[in-house]
Design a protein around this ligand. Structure first.
Ligand code: ASP
Length: 478
């Protein structure tokens, strides 16, 4: 017992010693790296909402500005921040010279670039990046479609999908046919086929269905149980459809101003010619399409390369403006697109996002700043501060409109239950009318001392064949 207590005690002492050593090691690394950081660091950046923006007072503000001040506080350095002279992120020109923020770092004009600068292999060859502080991908920014005059003209058809309209027409025809059949079969509707006129002719049956469907008077009135089953089921069906139509129409009218565009994928872009598309010149997005081996992305690159002067924009805000003012789709980084979509309710970003990538802080290859900055970024991430900054700068002001933007016409499966009930009701009515005619044949067979079968076939023959009596009756009563 004594021995084991001693062992535990020794282990605890050893562990505490290790932890202390580790802690002091970490402390020394931090101190050492802090000492290597110059007291004043020059930083370049680029104006892109909401990362870096010029406030009315002329001061820079935004996600990157907040992040930089947090990092400066953590690593105890001062900094001077300026906007990149040529307004570019950084790409190699045809002579192999780097421009933009990347160029400024390579030429050692600045120590750091704190901006939405994408970490890419070609850039990583020339400069160093910290761990990413934001993850993003490439998306398509589009303007919501305003329906044409023509689509307003027939807008009353929009509350239901095409398939649902077809389903309703088919149901109407089938129900009218069933009513016609039941009207002939059921002895309560047509007791004496030889000398009585049938009120449920095909035209009357169609008329009855339409009258009930539009909540108008229903003529002729059904008398038999089977015809009444059809009538009740059809009324239920009509009233449910009407309620769904009115609800959907009201919602459609509210949303008719703007609709989600037809383009949902990068392939869709290539399949149409109405909307031109492009991206930022000298950007990692343009280079992504240039270097891609995927046939769709290659075709997108070839399209943009052929029309360079028309479709490539100089800044993100120019891209957004073109989307809002013309038939233009802007291919760019989804995180920035989400920001503008949250601010401008007339814009949407398609759900498809390609080419996952991250933004990192950049410095020259031999910079002592990279490692401490990477650690500080991870600390910011783990403390939840990056998430806080994200929420602060990506505030959504379009929520109310977005809720409406989800409107879609009613699909058949939404009303599947009512179609099923109609089907069951019609089958039941046909069965009941069949039973009715069988009962009548039975009593007729007993009265006339005939076999049931011959009485039944006589009944059916009279109800579906044209007898001389009927013809003369129709001549008398046109
Ligand atoms: N952040 C990007 C860049 O570094 C801009 C873009 O690719 O759209 O080039």
């Amino acid at each position: 017992m004594k021995k084991s207590l001693m062992l535990v005690f020794t282990l605890v002492i050893l562990w505490m010693g290790d932890a202390g050593a580790e802690e002091s090691d970490g402390f020394h690394v931090k101190e050492r790296t802090k000492r290597q950081i110059p007291k004043t660091v020059t930083v370049t950046t680029i104006l892109e909402q909401p990362f870096v923006m010029m406030a009315d007072s002329g001061v820079l503000e935004g996600y990157c500005v907040d992040l930089l001040s947090e990092l400066a506080e953590a690593l105890e350095f001062n900094y001077t921040l300026h906007v990149v002279k040529d307004g570019r992120y950084g790409a190699k020109d045809p002579h192999g010279v780097w421009n933009g923020m990347v160029g400024e770092i390579i030429r050692k004009e600045v120590d750091l670039a704190v901006a939405p600068l994408t970490i890419t292999a070609v850039r990583e060859n020339e400069i160093s990046f910290t761990k990413p502080f934001v993850q993003t991908g490439i998306g398509i920014l589009l303007k919501k479609e305003t329906p044409s005059e023509g689509s307003y003209l027939f807008g009353f058809l929009n509350p239901f999908s095409k398939e649902l309209w077809i389903g309703i027409i088919i149901s109407y025809v089938i129900t009218s046919l069933c009513l016609f059949l039941v009207g002939r079969l059921s002895p309560c509707e047509w007791a004496e086929p030889s000398n009585e006129r049938n009120q449920y002719t095909l035209l009357n049956s169609l008329w009855f269905g339409m009258g009930a469907f539009t909540l108008q008077g229903v003529e002729p009135q059904p008398k038999s149980a089977s015809a009444r089953i059809i009538a009740v089921i059809w009324w239920l069906f009509s009233i449910t459809l009407l309620a769904a139509y009115i609800a959907s129409f009201a919602s459609y009218v509210t949303n008719a101003k703007e609709q989600t565009p037809n383009i949902q994928t990068f392939d869709d872009l290539l399949k149409q010619s109405k909307i031109s598309f492009g991206t930022l010149a000298n950007s990692s997005t343009f280079n992504f399409f240039k270097n891609s081996k995927n046939p769709t992305f290659r075709m997108i690159y070839e399209y943009m390369d052929k029309r360079k002067d028309e479709v490539l924009v100089k800044s993100f805000s120019e891209g957004v403006q073109r989307v809002r003012e013309s038939n233009y789709a802007f291919l760019g980084e989804s995180i920035s697109q989400d920001f503008v979509v949250a601010k401008h309710c007339d814009l949407v970003r398609i759900p498809e996002i390609i080419a996952g990538r991250g933004y990192g802080i950049a410095a020259s290859l031999d910079s002592p700043l990279i490692r401490p900055l990477s650690i500080a970024i991870l600390e910011q991430f783990e403390s939840g501060n990056l998430e806080y900054l994200r929420q602060k700068w990506w505030e959504n002001t379009c929520t109310a409109e977005e809720a409406h933007a989800d409107w879609v016409p009613i699909q058949p499966h939404t009303l599947g239950g009512i179609f099923l009930i109609l089907g069951i009701g019609l089958a039941l009515a046909l069965m009941v009318s069949f039973i009715e005619v069988v009962c009548k044949s039975k009593s007729k067979a007993a009265q006339q001392k005939k076999s049931c079968c011959s009485a039944f076939s006589e009944e059916i023959g009279q109800r579906f064949g044209r007898t001389e009596n009927q013809e003369s009756l129709e001549k008398v009563q046109p």
